[in-house]
Design a protein around this ligand. Structure first.
Ligand code: C2E
Ligand code: CA
Ligand code: CA
Ligand code: CA
Length: 274
């Protein structure tokens, strides 16, 4: 017997409904997650390639869902952006990171990710308040912004980033090499740091092209006087290559997984570097 097309459509709509309902449910849960204290911060060390010293920590948001467990940021950040929830959530991350960093014995830098949605006129005031309320000195805060966030409205964003820099914080370009306006963006705004996207590290060993791009970015950083950090460093071979090519700062599983601050410990790799 032939399948009844009407029945099939009906079934299809039911599964659609199911997906839509689940999405709505997750959104509602995301809306309540702040009040229910389901968010926490993990920290991942950034390491000086020369002596192995920790230079700072990147803050990575974690959502502990009561039934689903840890929900990855790749799943809930886009949802938070679409709904505008990223504004209160992002502010919480910023304030919590500043508050926690202000208590550290060692005065490491703390790097906070900002979504493009957060790049609004109010942001400098939000950042200034987080610094004032925590007592963290501005030069210990770094803000990470992706290049895609820059291209939306380069002139407005440039003005906003200049206002932020005037507070004394530093600005890093995140995921460098994954967008397409990289060079013009670099000219438009004086970034303090470029974070070379981890996809280049993943391809480094197999691809001469990836190695050529990494070399070129390191040379670019040198001539523009911008600090380059390589993300996603997992193997000693990657580290060796980066060191040979003059990279000065690294981050990745080789040096430490993102973890709560009270679970941080020196890794074998950073000890070898030392
Ligand atoms: P990102 O800013 O590029 O963060 C780095 C991601 O790479 C993190 O994933 C980190 O766990 C992962 N990673 C670190 N070292 C390695 C490595 O050696 N190998 C591999 N394969 N991965 C490594 P995570 O924590 O899942 O976060 C994913 C993305 O979610 C982040 O990418 C960032 O775009 C976003 N995100 C996380 N926290 C926040 C936040 O507080 N605010 C905003 N707006 N976005 C956030
Ligand atoms: Ca980042
Ligand atoms: Ca990144
Ligand atoms: Ca990313």
């Amino acid at each position: 017997a032939k399948a009844n097309p009407a029945k099939r459509i009906c079934f299809y709509e039911e599964t659609m409904d199911q997906a839509v309902r689940e999405r709505r449910k997750t959104m509602q849960e995301l809306r309540d997650a702040l009040a229910r204290r389901q968010f926490s911060l993990h920290y991942q060390p950034q390491v000086d390639i020369g002596g192995g010293a920790i230079t700072g920590y990147e803050v990575l948001l974690r959502w502990q869902h009561p039934e689903r467990g840890a929900v990855p940021p790749s799943e809930f950040i886009p949802m938070a952006e679409e709904t505008g929830l990223i504004l209160p959530i992002g502010e919480w991350v910023l304030r919590e990171a500043c508050r926690e960093a202000a208590t550290w014995q060692q005065k490491h830098r703390v790097a906070v990710n900002l979504s493009a949605v957060q790049l609004v006129a109010d942001l400098p005031r939000v950042v200034a308040r987080a610094l004032a309320d925590s007592g963290l000195s501005a030069d210990r805060l770094e803000l990470e912004i992706t290049e895609t966030a820059m291209i939306r409205d380069p002139r407005r964003t440039t003005r906003l980033l200049e206002e932020l820099k005037a507070l004394g914080v530093s600005i890093a370009m995140d995921d460098f090499g994954t967008g397409y306006s990289s060079l013009s963006t670099l000219r438009a705004f004086p970034f303090d740091k470029i974070k070379l996207d981890r996809s280049f590290m993943a391809e480094l060993e197999a691809s001469p092209d990836a190695r050529a791009i990494i070399r070129a970015v390191l040379a670019l950083g040198e001539s523009l006087n911008i600090h380059i950090l390589a993300e996603g460093v997992e193997t000693p071979a990657q580290l060796d290559f980066l060191r040979q090519e003059g990279c000065t700062e690294v981050q990745g599983y080789l040096f430490g997984q993102p973890a709560p601050m009270n679970q941080q410990r020196p890794t074998a790799a950073s000890l070898t570097l030392a």
